[in-house]
Design a protein. Sequence first.
Length: 344
Amino acid sequence: MTGVARGRLRRPVLLLTGLAGCLALLCLLSLALGALNVPFGQVAGALTGRHESTVVHNVIWSVRVPRTALGLLAGLALGLSGALMQALTRNPLADPGLLGVTAGGGFGVVIAVGVFGLGSLYGYIWFSFAGALLTSVAVYLLGRLGRSGLTPVKLALAGVAVSALLSSVTSAIVLTDTDALNRYRFWSAGSLADQNGGAVLDVLPFVGVGAVLALTCAPALNSLALGEDVAAALGRRLGIVRLQGVTAVTLLTGAAVAVIGPIVFLGLVVPHVARVLAQWAGVGPDHRWLLPLSALIAPIILLAADIVGRMVDRPIEIQAGVLIAFLGGPFFIAMVRRRRLAEV
């Protein structure tokens, strides 16, 4: 590798290293902070098997390690799926929540719990996948209707309409089933709490496969960014690229929604932050860098929101999904105003 090539890689490598370090620090804070603050030395002791306190050991291993691991997995899944969806649709406002994929996954979970009585994560995760897939197809087909074809505004409006419809049906189901309502109320806020290590192992294979599919799409996404005709001329098989992308989004979003509920706006905000950082690093809109950056930034935001939610009003917790909505809502409004999408 020449000196020029090494120089070009220095900034993006430093950026990825810095983000990884920030994520590691947040993981440590996630293990230490909460209703019971645990000194870092005792956290290290619990992780290495030095049982200084049975209470501390149980809090770390039974509560905070699974919670932190879920934050990593769900954040990675939502960050990658948001970046992938924006690239596939070439729509800066696309994300699994805004385009109804999250609502579809949630609807599948409610059907599994309220109608079929499934209680285990591994039982209803398939319903989450099915709901996410069917909703994404429905939104895409609705967005293509009309003479103008698929546009960013029509895609967003189709996502909002489908999400509203699914939310209405979901409400009708949970209001007639007390058990489903109790489970849905907590789940719908979007939280990392009240999950165990089994949930981590359940979703890990799906997130792993989805992440591999998403990352291997990167070269094709770079071609697609130049336009469909150019991508086809470069030898890209667009049908296969879209199928691979939709499969990845379905696996990633379905797994994340099933385990922690809908975290709205995370998939929308993160790719834009990744683009700003990629521009600073000198790699531009290269998805070979944007996707890994999104996979690191999203869990950083999710874990940071989870930690802040624990500390604001201890021992009461504010759900991470609520805090992220405060960030994502104004960001979405700013995006619409800046691009003047209402005039498209």
